[in-house]
Design a protein around this ligand. Sequence first.
Ligand code: ZN
Length: 253
Amino acid sequence: MNADRYVRQMTFKEIGIRGQRKLAHASVVIIGVGALGSHAADLAVRAGIGKVRLVDDDVVEIDNLQRQTLFDEEDARLARPKVLAAARRLREVNSGVEIEPVVGRAVPTNILDLIQGANVVLDCTDRFSARYLINDACFKEGIPWVYTGVVASYGMSATLAPGETPCLRCILGDPPEDSSMDTAATAGIIAPAVSVMAALSVAEAMKLIIGTGQRNPGLLYVDVWNNAWERIELPPRRPDCPVCQGKYEFLEK
Ligand SMILES: [Zn+2]
């Protein structure tokens, strides 16, 4: 670990040299490398998290560039797979971090392999079907994960840790239909909302890895256009939640 590189971060007393070493030995999986995922990956790699795995099956397009900060016009012209374009850029940013791009989608048959060994999983997808899959996999493996969703000017965030907090299914019940939800395609999206939510997500990951600080204990709602910051308390774990009873239905689909 190059200590000079992280001197400002280590001077922050909640991290220090010990926290920085923990980051260097940690592994984070980022599922979805669009707007949220590219912001989050940039922050995670600059912070010196030792290993960052990127999972996405999409290619860069010109209308991504307004908010997907790791990509440029050449990536769009060549329709580069997002994880490969991101990995190339991130290796230039920090050659001390192991970047592992996976061109593909997280599905029931691969997700347990994808998250194996991770300290934290960051949900940077835009679909509830993917989030319920991540929830099943992470609760099965005992890995904390950070749920983040952004659309238009607002986002939601929750940090879900097996054995500590309820799971996504305890909170939201059965998944809403993906087609019933607003998306960036239907409601638009602005980059500052993405930046805020990605920053919150990586801060949660750093706190989980280092073990200091106060994590988000609820469901956080932020709207950067209307300047709303609200936190709803998480409900208690649902006694009839299949996931919390060890039934992982989304891993079987
Ligand atoms: Zn549950």
